[in-house]
Design a protein around this ligand. Sequence first.
Ligand code: NAD
Length: 369
Amino acid sequence: MASYNLFLLPGDGIGPEVMTEVEAIIAWFNAQGIARFEVDRGLVGGSAYDAHGQAISEPDMAKAMASDAVLFGAVGGPKWDKVPYDVRPEAGLLRLRKDLGLFANLRPAICYPALADASSLKREVVEGLDILIVRELTGGVYFGEPKTITDLGHGQKRGIDTQVYETYEIERIARAAFDLAKTRRNKVSSAEKRNVMKTGVLWNEVVTRIHAAEYPSVQLEHVLADNCAMQLVRWPKQYDVIVTDNLFGDVLSDVAAMLTGSLGMLPSASLGAPDAKTGRRKSLYEPVHGSAPDIAGTGAANPIAMIASFGMALRYSLGLGDWADKLDQAIAAVLAQGIRTKDIAGSQPANATTTQMGAAILGELKKLA
Ligand code: NAD
């Protein structure tokens, strides 16, 4: 039986509440003998600051580096708004992304049939939607130098951000996107702005070359990023995998996410390069939402984003894609039964707490065993 090390960093606010529901699912996997998960827990964000004066301690960083997958809850909250900048809660997440070399951010947009009417778009546009946005996470305009604001005198200033991409950065994100497409519907749409940006020209050139040399059996199309935004709200089902840079990915993944509803439903994964010996990628799985201090401790948090993030870990890091499918089916079944936390209840009152939603999903998963 395969054995994997999972490192859990629940964090702050609702992070520990939604992580508890994932821990129950992990315990069931272990009890059933489906896999052997060795679970360790650490502190990140405000809770780590309270314990160690750091956003993540060195021993916890070492455990994250040695794990097969990191499951991350959420960090932050008003209690830590005034802590020094370099130990603020988000610094823990940024350190993890940097040290684990997580350059590929995966954001699926899946529309569960039972929630299709909650979308701002028409049911036929979103029903059955299943697309994946692969965003380059460590380069581009957020990190490029120079990055300055210069005082020009006369009451004028000049702000500069620099979009920089090198060949290797585009090659590795392109390969990640093509590899993922092969496990899905075999299509990649590469979004850039080659009509007005040199980095767009290079992006297009490199993606085209990697496709021809290494992935000729995958369907590739190029789309201008602004057109991609338009197409996402017009007819998103035309896409399978969209690969794009850090800035466009930031925007497009938020657009895609909102096609399908609440923040409490959205999982994500961040992947690094495959290890030369084992082929395994370093990885971190986290819900898109934050620590939601407004509802922390009330039992109102929706655990689906965290549970679906664990589903992505099963699929992309733990070699259990069939169980990832079953977990998705269990979530869909629970939603179809009308079980709702407050964030997805619409005008109706909520009929499930965090714990009840988690238990209902585990109950459905058990039926699929
Ligand atoms: P947030 O995502 O925490 O919450 C936004 C709104 O969505 C809130 O009304 C919240 O109640 C609701 N919400 C979020 N997740 C939910 C869930 N699972 N179920 C039900 N409702 C949910 O964003 P925010 O309020 O802007 O930020 C709160 C704190 O979280 C801040 O300290 C911020 O810095 C931090 N944050 C952390 C991360 C992260 O850890 N990756 C991401 C975003 C924000």
